[in-house]
Design a protein. Sequence first.
Length: 500
Amino acid sequence: MDIAAQGVLLHHADAWTIGVLEGDRVRVLNEANGESASALVNITSSVLPQGTVGVYQKTNRRLGLADGAAAEVRETERLASIDYIKKKMDGERLSKEEILAIVKDTVEENLSPVEMTAFVTASYMKGLDINEVEYLTRSMVETGDRIQFSTHPIVDKHSVGGVPGNKISLIVVPIIAASGLRIPKTSSRAITGAAGTADLMEVLAPVEFTSDEVKKMTEKVGGAIVWGGSTNIAPADDKFIMVEYPFRIDAIGQMIASVMAKKCAVGADLAVIDIPVGNGTKVPTVQDGRKLAGQFMEIGERVNIQVECALTYGESLVGHAIGPNLEVNEALTVLEGAQEPGSLIQKSLALSGIALEMAGKAARGQGYAVAEGLLTSGKALEKLRQIIEIQGGNPGVRAKDIVPGEHSFVVNAPLDGYVVELHNRALITMARAAGAPHDRGAGLLIHAKKGAKVKQGEPIITIHAERSWRLQKAIEIGRQLMPVLVEGMVLGRISPVHWV
């Protein structure tokens, strides 16, 4: 059966005879070649006749059954990892072996969506202690591909996210590579955001490569910016993320394990972790940021990766652009020599500088200046062009070639005053309503950031979209969420009919 899942479909009478219910497991045996596989059960009373089993595509890759072939189906043993998940649901701590069993069954797709959801939810609600985070990190590395380089150090960087417009990897990676270091950057696509680093890089070049290809590209030009989901590096992480997505949760322990597993798997010797802090971010206070930084450094020490963290301002977007094309245009503009936006330049140079100091390419306190020299000299731009070319893109691309969607709407200041609030989540929601990240030309251009003085009628935000109906949707969302507040604006109207 052409269904991309791990499982089988049984007639309800056959399921009753075998003694299984929907969601139970059976073992299927191909009597011709002796191959067997465990599979989750779905039940029908109409799709198949009694005495026939429908074998899903993924399951049959192992079995090799042909239509009409004889197959034996019988009830199978309960997975041990289910008992371990129940143990976590009860608030108990898991051993290294227990977590490895759960991760292996996740990667091999032995666990049902319900069982995976139970593990992710239990980890979120009950928490993971530092030992469990280490075990989860090591298990995710062990169950995927690894890259090993012959020369060192290998550098990596990561942002825990939560801030729109954070396109700094397009600047940081080429700066570090231009210094002579190697940085194989595996990145994510946007799940709840307007553009992940992989979405941005895909504007410039393909991003889907195997781990071997990533290694070869990094060895040849010093760096790569690719989508981690295609590399089979820490593959369990992508499966956990898809479970987290509907609930919009990001469990701290799983997040740390996710980040550090990927750094470990690409052979990183040192890593810089960007932790945006402030209202509207994943890390609301500096105290929370320091605690998270300590956990990252602890796991780094345990897996032999030198980690330093930067607590960065997260209450406003980085730069002025949100959405794939708009953000890539802004990053290329900086690499081509622009002096603005200051927030993007300063954050990129600060994080690059930390990495350069950690790797011995700059003296303590001189990393920012060394990074600035690599940027202003044009060496970082040339390095990005090499990365674009080796990944199959056009190395001659310029900022002016990357244009926003043709449909646009300008949001003007309703009165004179100062911009007192820009709500990150509302801005991201608007950009996604406009079509980002799927529509690369969709997004927002923010003309006046928090603290800016504006006059009535001056533009604050321009919404871009590739389709007119998407633009209208974004406008409607913006009117509901009020993503920007100018000093003196009325926040809401309460009339007698609304009074409770």
